[in-house]
Design a protein around this ligand. Structure first.
Ligand code: FEO
Ligand code: CA
Ligand code: CA
Ligand code: CA
Length: 601
């Protein structure tokens, strides 16, 4: 919402059939076609080296599009023929990125890998709205944000002793962002991005706090510590480096010289992302999931109010406010038992409470100061008694209704002997396929601390799984769906869901699905596209009035190797037909899907 409007008919399509997980192709609904906008390694600047996967260097990668694009937004300028693409580069697949003889050269793979993480801002142009974009090499807003980029630490924990290191004795400036998963665009036009699996590249002392965050005591296999000792917190002066990642970061894509910000006000955990909306009272509310089995759902409410048109003021709104964590209570004692039976009151639903962690700048957790709550947020939420969820990933308010949707991607450990049992909000033991929860705030303003909830979808392949549930919509009229991850809405308020993990569960490639939310169609789930073998569908951006959809295709062919690829997406250059300057393997890419009928009338 908020992008330059146009007035075509909303996006309509006949669902595609699910695609077997052995197919290396991107399939879209009939009447649509697709093309990549930008691929891993594409040069961003006038002086960027051309992509050479056989001889990669950090210097080159820093000036090229990074690896494994996850969060995506497409922000057209007024007029709709220019704009920017913003995305996260979440992580690296060394096995497909590097020739086998280079993989043992950890200095090389780590330095290139560091440069392949972070974020990208890329200018895009097109002939007219509804037409495909091309990216602009050398665009003035083009930017790579990497592990070298200085971030200003903001909010109540800025300057805390918990954030100080030998390189930053004031605890106010962090170099870099990494393992950024999902995100969102703010009403004032900045991008929020979530630092998620920070333990992939960080290690630290064996403390209870680091254990709760899954931070290993030894450097993980990527060995970034060989390039810079700060990545291993066991090195003198860097015990706190781990505390400087795991935040929501905010970047301004309209100003390539701006200093991005780390918001401690929203807590530190494995942030999938954050999505904000403006409450009726003008405060800004941000929801964020902690993507770990049995971790929590959080809500931030700004102290100050949004002022239309005052961008400088609005860019400070996430600096101070209240932080809560969710407790869900069911109203019938029920778990899905495979009989297809619903709870006795006809729905998986109940009440909820936002438990305070920080309110009015004060800690609400006994024995923890504010900076401790915001740096060790998981431990604070444990003490508060939050509800253990099935890996909450994207959490997004519907701009049409204010209802909030939570993708719980899966949790195969639910119900294991010493783990939490199924409950009505996480109703499936061994939750392989995930579910989607809908939250309705009792009072959507800043004072509200209670909500109602129900389950929109219990995912699965209804042909094989009687526990799959589509809000009562006939299960034989839906597309099978598994592992809901990223969420988006179209201009009519329909929910769109992209998935991550379906090949290993229902045996189909991951994809993008639309879900109707209202009326008799509520729960109707239809598949719009399917991504190539081993890939995850990320980002989705739905510009339905232009009949355009965008996805970030992450880790295509990730179970292959450089020499023996399992995917040739998106160029499909086969080894026998390899032309000069083209490479026979997969490249994570941002894809645009457009209507063959032309989109904009
Ligand atoms: Fe990076 Fe939660 O997926
Ligand atoms: Ca119920
Ligand atoms: Ca994700
Ligand atoms: Ca995921």
């Amino acid at each position: 919402f908020g992008y330059w409007g146009c007035n075509g008919a909303a996006l309509d399509f006949d669902p595609i059939d699910p695609v077997a997980a052995t197919v290396d192709d991107l399939n879209v609904a009939e009447g649509y076609d697709w093309s990549p906008i930008i691929r891993w390694g594409d040069p961003l600047f006038d002086d960027s080296p051309e992509f050479d996967p056989h001889d990669q260097t950090a210097e080159a990668q820093l000036k090229q599009f990074g690896f494994n694009n996850d969060y995506l937004d497409i922000l057209p300028d007024e007029g709709g023929t220019t704009g920017v693409l913003v995305c996260n580069h979440e992580y690296t697949n060394e096995n497909t990125m590097f020739p086998e003889e280079q993989i043992e050269d950890l200095q090389r793979t780590a330095s290139v890998g560091i440069a392949a993480h972070g974020m990208a801002v890329v200018e895009i142009v097109r002939e007219a709205p509804g037409k495909p974009w091309t990216y602009v090499r050398g665009g003035w807003r083009n930017r790579r944000i990497t592990a070298d980029t200085p971030f200003r630490v903001d909010g109540p924990a800025a300057g805390s002793d918990l954030l100080k290191t030998a390189a930053d004795p004031e605890g106010l400036t962090v170099l870099g962002t990494q393992n950024n998963c999902s995100g969102g665009v703010t009403p004032w036009g900045t991008i929020l991005s979530g630092e998620e699996n920070i333990q992939n590249v960080l290690s630290g002392p064996d403390t209870p706090e680091n254990q709760r965050y899954g931070i290993p005591a030894e450097p993980p296999s990527r060995r970034w510590d060989l390039v810079d000792p700060r990545w291993d917190g066991n090195n003198e002066g860097y015990a706190n480096e781990v505390n400087r990642f795991g935040y929501i970061v905010e970047i301004d894509p309209s100003d390539p010289a701006s200093t991005p910000v780390k918001h401690t006000s929203m807590g530190r955990f494995k942030h999938e992302g954050a999505n904000v909306h403006i409450a009726p009272d003008g405060t800004v509310v941000a929801y964020s999931g902690d993507d770990e089995r049995f971790d929590y759902l959080y809500k931030f409410v700004s102290a100050e109010k949004y002022i239309e048109g005052d961008r400088a003021h609005n860019m400070g709104l996430l600096s101070s406010g209240d932080l809560y964590v969710a407790k869900f209570t069911g109203n019938t004692e029920t778990e899905i038992d495979g009989s297809g039976r619903l709870p006795s009151d006809g729905a998986f639903d109940g009440k909820g409470e936002w438990l305070p962690l920080v309110v009015g700048g004060e800690s609400r957790i006994e024995g923890m100061a504010v900076d401790e709550v915001l740096v060790y947020t998981r431990l604070a939420a444990d003490k508060a008694g939050a509800t253990k969820m099935d890996r909450p990933e994207d959490v997004e308010p519907n701009p049409h209704t204010g209802k909030v949707y939570v993708a719980c991607t899966n949790n195969t450990q639910r119900g294991e002997p010493d783990k939490a049992a199924a409950d009505e909000a996480n109703p499936r033991t061994n939750n392989r396929d995930g579910h989607v929860i809908e939250i309705t705030e009792d009072d959507p303003n800043s004072a509200g601390t209670t909500f109602q909830w129900d389950i929109l979808l219990v995912c699965g392949d209804p042909a094989k799984d009687s526990t799959a549930y589509f809000s009562g919509f006939p299960a034989d009229q839906v597309s099978p769906i598994s592992c809901p991850d990223n969420l988006a809405f179209d201009s009519e308020g329909n929910l769109w869901i992209s998935t991550d993990g379906a090949p290993g569960t229902i045996g189909y490639n991951d994809g993008l699905f639309r879900v109707d939310l209202t009326g008799e169609q509520r729960g109707r789930t239809t598949q719009f596209l399917s991504v190539p073998q081993d890939a995850e569908t990320c980002g989705p951006v739905i510009h339905d009035k232009e009949q355009m959809v965008y996805v970030a295709v992450q880790h295509p062919g990730e179970d292959g190797t450089f020499a023996q690829p399992r995917s040739y997406f998106p160029d499909y250059v086969l080894p026998t037909r390899q032309g000069e300057g083209q490479f026979a393997f997969a490249r994570p890419s941002v894809v645009q899907v457009f209507s063959l009928a032309g989109g904009e009338p």
